[in-house]
Each structure stands twice: as structure tokens, then as C-alpha cells.
Write a protein that binds this ligand. Sequence first.
Ligand code: SME
Length: 155
Amino acid sequence: MQENKKEGRYARIHMQLEALLVKTDDPLARMASVCAVLHHKMDYYFWTGFYLFKSGKLVVGPYQGPVACQELEKDKGVCWAALNKDAPVLVKDVHAFPGHVSCDSRSKSEITLPVYNQEKEVVAIFDVDSDQLDSFSEVDQLALTGIMDLIYKQF
Ligand code: SME
């Protein structure tokens, strides 16, 4: 998708999600809505979901797409990289990322971002896979960072 088209699409999704998420402050319900909306509106999203950071583990939470790994081996792969760096990670080609965890062989590029609660603690990692190479850019990173801030927002 062209970068300027992405920007417009994300802006509309952000507004739609704000209207939707105001109806509950439950983070899991909000995560489920975020996955459903993004997954169905962004055509290059192949797998869209959250890994919850619980008791030192990354355990799968709400998601859309093919069946995913339930728990991710500690300190391995793109989700753990985002957690350990405390920053988003963009991977143009997952096969070139050392330790990448492949839940589905069709995944080719990926973005992961930390999700913070109101105390600024990491509570989850948001993960999107594309079945095309080099799908994610700074535009995705910026827009998704804004959308992740909605999960714990007090409206
Ligand atoms: N690729 C991820 C694992 C999760 S799946 O993509 C759904 C990783 O390397 O952490």
C-alpha cells in the first residue's frame, strides 16, 4: 500500500477505534477490537495480534489470522526484541532476522510494538505479520503507536 494511502487509512481507523473503545475500559476487550478493525481494514495485514506479558512470559492474547504460537520462547524473535529494547521493531524480511519465530511460513515481514499501561509498564506486545516483504514503514510505526495508546486511554 502506498505511504500516503496508509496515512489516510490509519487516520480513519484511529477515529473509528476511539468511538468504539470508549464503550469499555477493559484492556482485553479493547485489544480484541483493535485487532479486528486493523486486520480487516489493512489488506497487507496477514496476522494481527497481541502477546500478553504475564509472569515474565509472552502468551498469545486477542488476535486475527492463522493459528499462532501460544507462548514465545524467552528472548527469541521479534516480539521479545521489542520487549527487551522497549521500542518498536520493524523487520523487512523475517528470514534475515536472527531467531525469528515463524508461526506460519507465509509471513514475510513484521512489525512489533510495546503496549503500555497507565503506569508506563509494558503489558503486551502488538505484532503484525505481512505475507509480503517490506510492508511496514515509519508510517505504520507512528500510526500504530498512536493506536496502542488507546488501549489504556481514559476517555
Ligand atoms: N514472529 C514472531 C512470533 C509471533 S507470530 O509472528 C504470530 C516473533 O518472532 O516473535
